[in-house]
Design a protein around this ligand. Structure first.
Ligand code: FES
Length: 176
């Protein structure tokens, strides 16, 4: 995923199951007859569900004739793909070299403290998931994290906590 792109809508993945075969069918029809489009199909499916539900992969295998083992292999090989649902807010914390040198570990600790989650975990209220990633492509802003395609740079532990609290507050106001 490119860094510093425009903000996209991220869906909550809570309770998503693959009953929306119509959506999957429309994704598949977009690539019908195009060889080598498995990665693009998986990207579209992940964009829709925010992860790759296992029954969506089964559906793709059934409809395309691609072997389930191949689909699973691609889905697990590329770090861009997620096989587990994520929280409403996906925090991608850069652990690339520039960010590492500029203190990404202290940012990770701040997130751990604030949300009580580690890399790959989701908060109990399903609001946040933390994923450590490699270079996000905006090293001059290091240390950097992205939350739902919004980029936050020049982070300090305090700034990181306050960004997270702001998102929590907004979420609480929405839910009130
Ligand atoms: S190393 Fe973090 S954005 Fe490049």
């Amino acid at each position: 995923m490119a860094c510093c792109e425009g903000k996209k809508d991220y869906k909550s993945t809570a309770n998503v199951t693959v009953r929306d075969e119509g959506k999957l069918a429309s994704i598949l029809s977009k690539y019908e007859g195009k060889k080598g489009s498995l990665i693009s199909i998986l990207q579209d499916v992940q964009e829709y569900y925010n992860y790759l539900p296992i029954d969506a992969l089964d559906y793709i295998a059934k409809e395309t004739g691609i072997k389930p083992a191949k689909i699973h292999g691609v889905a697990t090989f590329y770090t861009q793909f997620r096989l587990k649902p994520v929280g409403e807010n996906l925090i991608m914390l850069c652990q690339g070299t520039a960010c590492h040198v500029n203190g990404s570990k202290t940012i990770e600790e701040a997130i751990n403290e604030e949300l009580k989650i580690k890399d790959g975990e989701t908060t109990e209220d399903n609001l946040f998931t933390l994923i450590n990633v490699a270079c996000l492509g905006c090293c001059s802003l290091s240390p950097v994290m992205m939350i739902n395609d919004e980029t936050y740079g020049k982070l300090t532990p305090e700034k990181t906590k306050s960004i997270i609290r702001e998102i929590k507050d907004k979420q609480q106001i929405k839910g009130a």
